[in-house]
Design a protein around this ligand. Sequence first.
Ligand SMILES: Cc1cc2nc3c(=O)[nH]c(=O)nc-3n(C[C@H](O)[C@H](O)[C@H](O)COP(=O)(O)OP(=O)(O)OC[C@H]3O[C@@H](n4cnc5c(N)ncnc54)[C@H](O)[C@@H]3O)c2cc1C
Length: 389
Amino acid sequence: MGGFEHILIIGGGVGGALAHDLALRGYRVTLVEKGELLSGTTGRHHGLLHSGARYVLHDPEAARECWQENQILRRIAPQAIEPNGGLFVALDERDQSFYGRFVDRCRSIGIPAQPLSGAQAIRMEPALNPTLQGAVLVPDAGMDAWRLPMHFFATARANGAEIRNFTEVTALRMTGRTVAGVDVLDHRTQGIASIGADLVVNAAGPWSGRVAAMAGVRIPLQLGPGVMVSVRGRLTQRVINRLQPAGEGDILVPQRGLSILGTTAWLADDPDAVAVPPDHVQRLFELGRTLVPEVGRLKPLAVWSACRPLLRSQAAADPYRISRSFDCFDHAPRDGVEGLITLIGGKATTLRAMAEKAADLVDRKTGRSIACRTRETMLLPYRCFWRRA
Ligand SMILES: Cc1cc2nc3c(=O)[nH]c(=O)nc-3n(C[C@H](O)[C@H](O)[C@H](O)COP(=O)(O)OP(=O)(O)OC[C@H]3O[C@@H](n4cnc5c(N)ncnc54)[C@H](O)[C@@H]3O)c2cc1C
């Protein structure tokens, strides 16, 4: 098969980092985003660059992906990362029962995991609950949720990608069973236009089910929203997680002079109707203060929700247990629709790996074989996005 030259990507979030990989491989790339770039889930997450440790107990594939990408992103986008480390803290007997397995699994994946006594952990982070029984130091880090993907967009644009915000795809242009481009609405001018493309990549995150439906296909997408709360003050220097399989209210991420408490998770159907259930804020404070007692004396500074575009699995109905891994579908063999790929799932931490997987699929469809170069290509500073070419 040949002739695929112009690749159109729908979605300016984590999935849109594909523009960088494809531009490096020499494709002509257009990315369209219906709102501001990163206005979906990506601009609103905790900003935790996962080491993978959060997933070692129940989602080893996601743990491996996160650890690999954590190391790569530190190299290619150091300006977006605060390499402050993270502590997993065991507060009670139940947490302690996971301790040995947690350290073993981290080490089997290659994640450095340094066991600490409760007293050592308190010396490192005096605000932690003084009753804690033990902790493990891992290479979690803080990331700037917005700047990290902007580094990818800046580099993609410098390499020729066209990135158009406020441009919503309203329909896929079909020629028989082939997607031949998109119809778009420009929200700034109210103008409508068509953009032809040899291949369309659906990277619309929580809205990717709607985009797939425009071609009459269904994808295994499960929406899993969550609530986060920020409080004034940097309560800890490191990222804090509770030492247990990932669950409710067990993360605290310092971001500059603030601390972010996260998160809850539930299942939803409509990405445009994700409100903040009032009791979630109270639960985050209750659980947050078991990690860091001072949380109990603070008031919320900001409260918000974001919607995870999860890869639905038959095995897990619990939103905490649905894998945080990702996949990429070619709708030609799967659904008989040519010219359309969907990329879903993953984490902000794994944006580069998601792009590599999708770009490899684009290569297979074009009959090309171009080596991925994003592992070693330093990204431009995010500010370059607004610089004249
Ligand atoms: C509560 C919570 C906390 C999280 N914390 C972390 C964390 O700390 N660390 C981490 O690594 N990950 C975290 N994640 C996961 C991460 O945020 C998501 O996996 C990731 O942001 C999803 O990116 P996406 O590109 O798939 O979706 P999005 O960011 O939503 O991007 C999709 C884009 O497509 C656009 N779009 C939709 N329809 C159209 C259309 N018709 N035309 C044009 N554009 C369209 C949308 O406007 C949107 O901008 C968290 C997620 C949640 C929910």
